[in-house]
Design a protein. Structure first.
Length: 420
């Protein structure tokens, strides 16, 4: 009986199905709308058999209570003007122009639809999204993207520094224009700092800087003390001389440039100090002899030197690892200064010149390192040694010996006569 009842029930179901067929369900399509701030809303839309992307868009916006504005073009069909009332303020072709783009989910990747919304073949289990775009790429947060573009479009700020001949410096942040070169930034910086500047335009090489503060070199090109105004660019924490002229510099935001005195492309912190050092070095070059440091830095490279009276000796070193000086001592092996010639306090960079005028032997040490044998000597002429001679007895009164002998003979004769 139970099997008969089950069979009858199945037959009734089949009969009902045959008499009343199940109506085909319209496809369910997932539609997502992304706002300009990056938030998104999704709805599963039950569309009709003849529905296109246009119908799904209108229905989804209605379900989400989002305003949508669409326009039908007689040639291209429907297209979306805006959602949320949001449209681009920029013109087509501008860097910040954007529009509402239609995307289709392909696996796990959202791809821009290659056809308009009227041509989209919408099917069940498909996902579509409207999102802001500029170049067919989904923009997660349009507001952030536009802010970044606006910041990049602002006039560039460049840090300009001018270093005076005494080493003091002034820095300004310059808001330039897109067409500006190093020439424009130099002029603007000098004006803002109230520093006089003199620039000349060469027909072949462009603009170059003659002077700042009215200061130029008194020496001729090629002289040891010739200097000029050099342009430097900060690379990390290092200032490097620019390899091109100021007209060719590609000035950008967050870059730092400086004008400073230079002689060889190296930034001179204080020109006044440098010129003093060069002057001494030039004087040292005129000396007859020069003495420096050996490779250890704890001995002179010449420890014994013979010269003639009237000749000069220059002791010089630059940026030594330790400070040194020279100080006269009484004799070889002595380590303490007791008056006489002295270069002054020990320095890591020093130039000292002395002209020796008399025959003598000049013993000297480096005071901080005398205990380790840092010493030398200068032998001037014969060294000041006094020559010794044999002492001879000289007859001071001529004929004195002859007279004495005659008197002796006379006395002998007289004595003989008496005896007779």
């Amino acid at each position: 009986m139970k099997s008969i009842a089950r069979t009858i029930a199945i037959c009734l179901v089949l009969l009902t199905t045959a008499v009343y067929p199940v109506t085909a369900q319209p496809p369910l399509t997932e539609i997502t709308i992304v706002s300009t701030d990056g938030t998104s809303t999704s709805e599963f839309v039950e569309g009709g058999q003849n529905w296109t992307g246009y119908n799904y868009t209108v229905e989804a916006a209605s379900l989400m209570n989002i305003s949508a504005n669409l326009t039908e073009d007689p040639n291209f069909g429907w297209y979306l003007n805006d959602l949320f009332g949001a449209t681009s303020d920029a013109a087509w072709g501008d860097a910040d122009y954007w529009y509402w783009g239609l995307f289709e989910l392909n696996g796990t990747v959202w791809e821009a639809s290659s056809v308009g919304i009227d041509q989209v073949a919408v099917g069940a289990s498909q996902s579509y999204a409207w999102a802001p775009t500029m170049d067919g790429t989904w923009i997660d947060n349009l507001e952030s993207e536009l802010s970044a573009i606006a910041a990049a479009a602002l006039p560039q700020f460049t840090e300009m520094t001018i270093v005076s001949t005494d080493g003091t410096s002034t820095t300004e942040l310059i808001q330039g224009e897109s067409s500006w070169t190093g020439y424009n930034y130099t002029l603007e910086a000098a004006n803002m700092m109230n520093i006089s500047s003199n620039l000349t335009e060469d027909p072949n090489w462009g603009w170059f800087l003659n002077d700042l503060f009215g200061a130029t070199s008194d020496a001729a090109w090629g002289d040891a003390d010739y200097w000029y105004w050099g342009l430097f660019q900060e690379n990390g924490s290092v200032w490097e001389a620019t390899p091109v002229g100021m007209d060719q510099i590609e000035v950008g935001a967050n870059q730092s440039y400086a004008w400073a005195p230079t002689m060889d492309g190296t930034w001179i912190s204080s020109l006044e100090v440098k010129l003093s050092e060069v002057a001494v070095m030039m004087e040292c070059a005129q000396a007859d002899y020069s003495i420096g440091l050996d490779s250890t830095g704890l001995a002179f490279n010449v420890t014994s030197l013979s010269i003639q009276p009237g000749e000069s000796v220059c002791w010089t070193w630059t940026a030594a690892s330790m400070p040194h000086n020279i100080a006269e001592v009484d004799n070889e092996g002595y380590t303490s200064y007791n008056g006489g010639i002295r270069s002054g306090e020990a320095q890591s960079s020093m130039t000292f010149i002395h002209t020796f005028t008399e025959n003598s032997t000049f013993h000297y040490v480096c005071e901080p390192h005398a205990s380790v044998g840092m010493a030398g000597k200068i032998i001037v002429g014969d060294g000041g040694i006094v020559a010794t001679q044999d002492i001879q007895v000289i007859e001071e009164t001529p004929g004195f010996t002859t007279v004495t002998m005659a008197l002796a003979l006379l006395a002998a004769v007289l004595l003989t006569r008496r005896k007779d």
